[in-house]
Write a protein that binds this ligand. Structure first.
Ligand code: SAM
Length: 282
């Protein structure tokens, strides 16, 4: 069967380099190169882009990204066993793949990338949400990347794309949708991975907005949303009691009802509330 490149099948790569999956590193590998190419295509036209990939593992998605024409891929992998496995991919695509053996939570690689940058990754489950929140909360907006195409547990993908009123609507969805257009582009059953995880997974594509959806100070918005969802079943007037003096008046002035619950408030409503209370916060 024709493959996307002339490299050995991923099962052979895993065997040759003794890459038995480690649970502690969230290692659930994608072995179907048609699937990894499909994920790469969801990231858009890669030909003029630098790609940041977190956790290339044996290189299935990396190969998809390169086969789809990425200008360059910078891959950050914590597991040193994978680094030699990726050398074969580097040889097949001369000058196009840089690999850094490091913990993605501990290094900033943005200076090694040329705009436009897209981030594409089958993220390790244990650090996926943390990385997403960091990418969504840089010191300045717009950030160094244009889009994120990321595999998460399906439950996390649902939180990212959740609408008001749904059980999964909360901080993560508000943060993501305030700053990006978010769409689940693919769901995958456990059998798509080796070893199969216990749960389904989904790929979410987030395209950054040049300006957030509605104006608000990010820190104030984050704090008020966190507080409101800390007690998501309570009415705003009690969930946000004493957040700033005269809170109930501010809720009304922002056009909301003190008897509403956090899960009923849309992003526009939270931004109005953040603008209303910003001058009253220390
Ligand atoms: N991209 C490969 C694929 O799709 O088959 C592997 C995906 S696997 C779900 C997650 C990968 O992230 C593993 O290769 C794991 O070693 C790596 N990883 C785990 N924690 C990491 C971290 N903190 N920084 C960088 N890589 C990490």
């Amino acid at each position: 069967m024709a493959t996307i490149d002339n490299l050995p099948p991923l099962r052979d790569v895993i065997e040759t380099h003794e890459l038995a999956a480690k649970k502690s590193l969230g290692q659930n590998f994608l072995l179907d190169l048609n699937l990894t190419s499909k994920i790469a295509r969801y990231a858009g036209d890669l030909s003029g882009c630098d790609i940041l990939e977190i956790g290339p593992g044996p290189g299935g998605l990396t190969r998809g990204l390169l086969a789809e024409g990425a200008r360059k891929v910078l891959a950050v992998e914590k597991d040193s066993r994978c680094i030699t496995a990726l050398e074969e991919v580097q040889t097949a695509y001369p000058g196009k793949l840089d690999v850094i053996n490091a913990d993605a939570l501990e290094i900033d690689v943005s200076k090694h990338l040329q705009a436009p940058v897209r981030i594409v990754a089958n993220l390790p489950y244990n650090v996926g949400t943390e990385l997403l929140v960091r990418w969504l909360t840089p010191d300045v907006w717009p950030p160094f990347w244009e889009s994120l195409t990321l595999m998460f547990q399906k439950e996390v993908a649902e939180r990212i794309t959740a609408a008001p009123g749904s059980k999964t609507y909360g901080r993560l969805g508000i943060l993501a949708q305030w700053r990006c257009q978010c769409q689940t582009v693919m769901t995958l059953p456990p059998e798509a991975f080796s070893p199969p995880p216990k749960i389904h997974s989904a790929v979410v594509h987030l395209k950054r907005r040049e300006e957030p959806l509605f104006p608000a100070d990010p820190k104030v918005l984050n704090r008020v949303v966190a507080q409101a969802f800390n007690q998501r079943r309570k009415m705003l007037r009690s969930a946000l009691k004493n957040f700033v003096p005269d809170m109930e008046d501010h809720i009304v002035a922002a056009g909301l009802k003190p008897t509403d619950r956090a899960e009923q408030i849309d992003i526009e409503g939270f931004c109005a509330l953040a603008r209303q209370i910003a001058p009253h916060m220390r």
